[in-house]
Design a protein around this ligand. Structure first.
Ligand code: 5BU
Length: 234
């Protein structure tokens, strides 16, 4: 983030390899993190991963597979390391729901810790009516504290006083829209950085219909970084 003066993560939710690699190369210079949903790619193959790793080297960003694991420890271990995607081999960070209890972290940790990976817990979500609030969020924070060897932070809209050192990444960020028609709710980069978020996650705001990903990535990078600099001054 410091090297690239960027707290922007792009959520690259496109469904073909070519689009994925094309946009990743275009936005690469402006991002600290590329967030993937690898299971939405229609033509996923090992070549995509090889090319993604090359782009990672070229542009210097971390890869976050937004897999949102949510099962018992034994199952998530396999989902993380095996199957078609072999996520543990290429994703620097992943995320998980706290709903199954501590076992989910223990399972993911068995795979991820030896590979020097990190985990984010979903403490809050951006979507309307979501249930990750109140006591659930509190319990998630406590769970993170019990696994600080592997949990590096949260998906959330704000920083928690009791663990300021854990990173906060925030989806549901847009400069132009306040919602989509499927329950997504947006805040501005300024809003979320002000609340203590460290990294803004932007998807369709960057590559949506009629957008130029380079222009938008620069715009969001500047908005996010300037909000951060402003927060430092206050
Ligand atoms: P958008 O196009 O900027 O709305 O994309 C947001 C991305 O963040 C998308 O990949 C979601 O899966 C992801 N996301 C989210 O929107 N809200 C959440 O609470 C979580 C993830 Br967790």
């Amino acid at each position: 983030m410091e090297r690239k003066k960027s707290n922007l993560a792009v959520a690259l939710d496109v469904t073909t390899k070519q689009e994925f690699l094309d946009i990743a190369d275009k936005v690469g210079p402006y991002i600290c993190c590329l967030k993937t949903h690898v299971d939405i790619l229609e033509d996923f193959d090992q070549d995509l991963i090889d090319k993604l790793k090359k782009l990672q080297k070229k542009h210097d960003f971390i890869i976050f597979e937004d897999r949102k694991f949510a099962d018992i420890g034994n199952t998530v271990k396999h989902q993380y390391s095996k199957g078609v995607y072999k996520i543990a081999e290429w994703a620097d960070i992943i995320d998980a729901h706290a709903i199954p209890g501590d076992g989910i972290i223990s399972g993911l940790k068995e795979i991820g810790l030896p590979l020097n990976r990190g985990l984010l817990l979903l403490a809050e979500m951006s979507s309307k009516g979501n249930l990750a609030t109140g006591a659930y969020t509190e319990a998630t924070i406590e769970m993170a504290k019990r696994h600080k060897d592997f949990v590096i932070g949260f998906i959330s809209g704000k920083k928690y006083n009791s663990c300021e050192e854990l990173i906060v990444m925030t989806p549901g960020v847009s400069l132009d829209n306040s919602n989509d028609d499927l329950g997504q709710q947006y805040k501005t980069p300024g809003n979320v950085i002000e609340n203590g978020s460290d990294i803004i996650i932007v998807g369709r705001g960057i590559y949506g219909k009629g957008k130029d990903p380079v222009v938008e990535a620069q715009r969001y990078r500047n908005a996010g970084w300037n909000a951060y600099l402003e927060k430092l001054e206050n």
